[in-house]
Structures are given as C-alpha cells and as structure tokens.
Ligand binder design. Sequence first.
Ligand code: PMP
Length: 304
Amino acid sequence: ALTEADHIWMDGELVPWQDARIHVLSHGLHYGTGVFEGVRAYSTSDGPALFRLDEHLDRLFRSARMLRMTLPRGKAELRAATLELVRANSHRSCYVRHLAHLGCGAMGVDPTGAEVRMSISSWEWGAYLGDAAAQGIRLMTSSWRRNDPTVVPTAAKATGPYLNSALAKLEAREAGFDEAVLLSTDGYVSECSGENIFIRRGDVLFTPPSSAGALEGITQDTVATLAADLGITVRRENLLRSDLYAADEMFLCGTAAEVTPVRSVDNREIGAPGPMTAEIRDAFSAAVSGANERYRHWLTFVDG
Ligand code: PMP
C-alpha cells in the first residue's frame, strides 16, 4: 500500500494529497496522452538529495516534444517545485513522480485543444521489486513483445505505452515470477516492465541498445558510468534470449528498482548475486548517498 504524503504539487501550487483530483473527461485518462518521470531522493549526511534530477527533467521535456505536447512550465520552475514538495512532505528519502497529462478540452483522439496539466507527487517507496530482491529475482520472458519504435516513440516515457508493461508484469506475476523481460519485434532482448537489463559475460557488461525498444534509462547510464570508472568494459549490443540464459551474472536497473540482481530467467539458473553485481551495487549506493565525492554533481540537495 502506498503511504500518503501531505502534499501534491498541481499546476503551480501545493494541495493536500486528497485534493489532487482530475476530471473523468481528461484526455490522458481515455487515450494515454501523458509523459512522466520517476526520480528518487536519497538520504545523505547533508539531508535529502535528488539523484540526477536535471537529467530526469530533460528527459521529461524530450518525451513531451516527441508527443507534440508543450509543457506549460519551464525546467527551472519544475526543479524548484520538486525541491519545495520534498521539503513540504518532510521526506528523508522518497520517490518523486512528475506527470504531464492532457486534461479537458477535446474528446476525440485529436488532442488539439486539450489543456496540459502538470503534477508532482512524492511518497516513501522501499525496494520496488520486494525486500527479497536483494537475493536475486526470477524473470520470465513475456509472451508480449515490447512496444515497437515504429508504433510508438519508445524513447518517450509516455503513459499510454505502459499498458505493454502492465500486461507483461501481470502475466509474469500470475505465472509465479517476479518480473517480465520483453523481447523486441525482432526477438532481441529489450528491457523489463520498468527496468533496463545488464548481463555479464566474462569480464564484459552488456546492455541492449535503445533501438531494441528500451527506454534510455538514467540508471542504465549511471551504471555504465560507474562500471567504466571501475575499469569494466560496457557494450551496448543486441542480446538474444539465449544470451540471458548463458549469462555469468545479470541485474536490472531503474530509478524505482535501483540495482536488482537476477537469479534465474525462464527457470534457467544464473545463481546468487555475483561479484560484479555486488561491485556495481556498492558503487551505486556510494553515489546516491553522497558517500563518493566523484559523483556529488549528480545530487541536488533539498536543503541546499
Ligand atoms: N525501462 C522502463 C520501461 C522504465 O519504466 C524505467 C523506469 N523509468 C526504466 C527502463 C529505467 O529508467 P530510469 O533508470 O531512467 O528510471
């Protein structure tokens, strides 16, 4: 269950959590016309800090551009509103959800005339894939293919296309697995319902390219940077389902899921979290908590 916070920011002001309402004729509710972001704030010795907030806001504007949606507020305002919200909700750490959706003004699929509404919500969120996830999760290849880049702009973090993720996740959970891995139309590994994928083969980390329909994950970029700084070679290459089965190690990454080890795929055992996964997880924890000076520039301090 979601733990309510005190406030939600809506179209320029903080409103009580319970009052953050929209109309049933909102275009986004009917047709999935919206873009969003998920950012985490971590507890540091200098108070809560948002991790890579600028990159998340930049992606929100890129997503909006792909949908031909003009956001009514600028980046500086959204940045300030985010800090204000985390402060107002007195979080030490939290997850922050930015959403821009089409509201009222058009009922046909043509979105012309529908207003763009914006909100920022925050809540305290633990391990997204469950507390047992640190020991490794069990994945299943979904019967659903990933959204194809010729059908929707898969590089946009848009609301409608998440139907694909919801179907895959539900299917995997109902079959007794923790998470779904989705293949592209061409049969290459794309990503999971809400996370990018890394595997280790020998000394090298591999992650699928965005051309396989995967989101350009900010955590994926973080992991690639941390790995490079640790002297690990990272290659963005198309992977086959069998590459997952043959992996020496495997983990998922995302803002909500952070770095989550994978124990098996389609019941093929990969095993307990391995040494490179542990190394990356440790480097990630040090970066998000401000313990490693080298990555302090990724943090935006709420009480700064
Ligand atoms: N893929 C999908 C489908 C996602 O929903 C997410 C979460 N935003 C990711 C990958 C990971 O992206 P990020 O690291 O930027 O959160």
